[in-house]
Design a protein around this ligand. Structure first.
Ligand code: 3PG
Ligand code: MG
Length: 382
């Protein structure tokens, strides 16, 4: 999909409403990860350098249309100031926002209060979109991770001002295009996760596009059980067996190879210090639960990775991450990961910077893999 980019924006002296995703993870009142702020910096720096007057808006958490003090963006704006190394102003009310927007100098940055404190945001209310548009000359959307929401600050306002994709939005779209738009084959998808029911749309779309589909996580248990494998007390969804068999049949028709575990790590409980053992797939004890792929499965997968040219990755499946990182670094593989907690898992495994691209998006990445059109992206089309 072609979008208008910052290359096409003559920004000097213009008030730019920049939709960012400042929805950073917080624990006990502290920001636990600055990735989303860091990934936003190229767009802000470029706009500053071009002499734009930058007005940043974002949601933060789910305050439900009310002012919730713990979900104020003020501390996030302060963190952004630290990450950017530039002064960032903050407006805690709409009146303050209007005044500040009038007095902003070229290259200055203002952050507005949480858009979801206003109940009109999530309703995509035209009145709110109009208000937002009234304080700016152009709109730049750098919040791919919120682009699956048709809200006033992501969709409504984009239709009222000249709208452009920021550099992070552009990078996210280019990475996804490399995987699902114009991929080099063989193309593999590695999909983990707990439930088949939440990944149905995604699996349905992927089997028609990818050459190889690797399934992991508790979701794989459902596929195994659906084929008659005794999975003991493993987490699985008995009411999805029919669906799982249907997905496998459609994959076969589409020429998509589905790879499921051939051996597994099991234990009688999911608790620390419980003895785990590796068993072949046909030997899962009746009182045991499957916890992970076994070493033979991991080995077999590691041998497959160098044969792939492109891969898309969602979910934990940590054991394979090293092989993907190595193939990526040797230039043989384009690897794109995202969705859910994938970014955190890969960062934790220390391999995130050795994938070709790791998305900042959770739900938006998954909806894209489902083949959906994202309402926040549509108005940016060039
Ligand atoms: C996210 O963190 O996934 C995005 O910021 C979207 O947040 P939401 O799921 O509350 O809309
Ligand atoms: Mg979310």
């Amino acid at each position: 999909m072609r979008v208008r980019t910052l290359d096409m924006l003559e920004a000097r002296g213009k008030r730019v409403l920049l939709r960012a995703d400042l929805n950073v993870p917080v624990k006990d009142g502290r920001i636990t990860d600055l990735t989303r702020l860091e990934r936003l910096c190229p767009t802000i720096r470029e706009l500053c350098g071009k002499g734009a007057r930058i007005i940043i808006c974002s949601h933060f958490g789910r305050p439900g249309g009310k002012r919730v003090p713990e979900l104020s963006l003020r501390p996030v704006a302060e963190a952004l100031e630290g990450v950017l190394g530039r002064k960032v102003r903050f407006a805690d009310s709409w009146l303050a926002a209007q005044q500040a927007a009038r007095t902003l100098a070229d290259g200055e940055i203002l952050v507005l209060e949480n858009t979801r404190f206003d109940a009109r945001e999530e309703k995509n209310d035209p009145g709110m979109a109009k208000e937002l548009a009234s304080i700016a000359d152009v709109y730049v959307n750098d919040a791919f991770s919120a682009a699956h929401r048709a809200h006033a600050s992501t969709e409504g306002v984009a239709r009222l001002l000249p709208a452009y994709a920021g550099r992070l939005m552009q990078a996210e779209l280019e990475a996804l295009d490399a995987v699902l738009g114009h991929p080099q084959h063989p193309l593999a998808a590695v999909i983990g996760g707990a439930k088949v029911s939440t990944k149905l749309g995604l699996l349905g779309n992927l089997i028609g596009r990818v050459d190889v589909l690797v399934l992991g996580g508790a979701m794989a248990n459902t596929f195994l059980a659906a084929q008659g494998v005794a999975v003991g007390r493993s987490r699985q969804e008995p009411d999805m067996h029919e669906t799982a068999r249907d997905i496998l049949a459609r994959a076969r028709q589409a020429g998509c190879e589905v790879i499921l575990p051939q051996d597994v790590v099991v234990a009688t409980q999911l608790a620390p210090n419980v003895a785990a053992q590796t068993v072949p797939l046909y030997a899962v004890p009746a009182d045991a639960m499957i916890l992970d792929l076994g070493p033979a499965t991991v080995q077999a997968l590691v041998h497959r990775v160098p044969g792939w040219r492109t891969m898309v990755w969602n979910g934990p499946l940590g054991a394979l991450a090293g092989a993907v990182a190595t193939a990526t670094q040797s230039g043989q593989l384009i690897s794109v990961a995202g969705g859910g907690d994938t970014e955190a898992a890969l960062s934790h495994a220390g391999v995130a910077d050795r994938f070709s691209y790791v998305s900042t998006a959770g739900g938006a990445f998954l909806e894209w893999l489902e083949g959906q059109t994202l309402p926040g992206v549509v108005p940016l089309r060039g």
